[in-house]
Design a protein around this ligand. Sequence first.
Ligand code: ZN
Length: 102
Amino acid sequence: MKIPERLDILGYEYQVLNEVTHNDSHYGHAKHKDAKIILYSSPDYTMPEQIEAETLLHEIIHSIDTALCLDLDENTVTRLSKGLFAVIRQNNLDFRKDTPNA
Ligand SMILES: [Zn+2]
């Protein structure tokens, strides 16, 4: 998937940035007060596309959680992102509204 540079998440315009890190345990981070989603990459390897895409979904869920004060814990966000990502990918779902010229 093409990673967008900006996302509107419930009226907040988020920048989506890529940062190089040597810490392999962090794939991404959502900074609500700065309206930024950061996807980390390593100088040592290329992150597989599906992991990067699922990480973006994970950080979007964190941003929704913050905006709506859902108070989800990390395990819940991880389970939601992995579950939603698998269903969306396995069924090739596209939620965009059909347009006459699509
Ligand atoms: Zn998380």
